[in-house]
Design a protein around this ligand. Sequence first.
Ligand code: CA
Ligand code: CA
Length: 141
Amino acid sequence: MKILTHNDKNRIVQAIMAAEKMTSGELRVHVEKKAGKDPFLRAQEVFQELGMDQTRERNGVLFFLAVEERKFVILGDEGINNKVPADFWEETKEAMAAEFKESRFAEGLMEGIRRAGEALAKHFPYRHDDIDELPNEISIS
Ligand code: CA
Ligand code: CA
């Protein structure tokens, strides 16, 4: 099940790059067919597999999609989770779900990236010594 065209992927990577110009935080998108278990638990595994728990300020955010199961999870590391309001991720998720419902997957992801990017920028502004700690490319398995 292919939900993202080549062009969609480019747009998403551009959105990640734009967001990361404003923050030291790191955003990643991971897409797989099936989580095969509780999607939240699977997202936690992927978070570790991608080394997202290794950022200096613990401010990585993962967008995890299990397309055949029509599930998705937004998972922030403890640095950012300690800063945002308790309902922030849920609200972001709802905004994304509204797009996904219309099969607008790229738009949904870009909306999530934009919102997460804003929150990251507020709490973890861009630093001049910033390094791109995690690749911006979409990870697919
Ligand atoms: Ca960075
Ligand atoms: Ca990055």
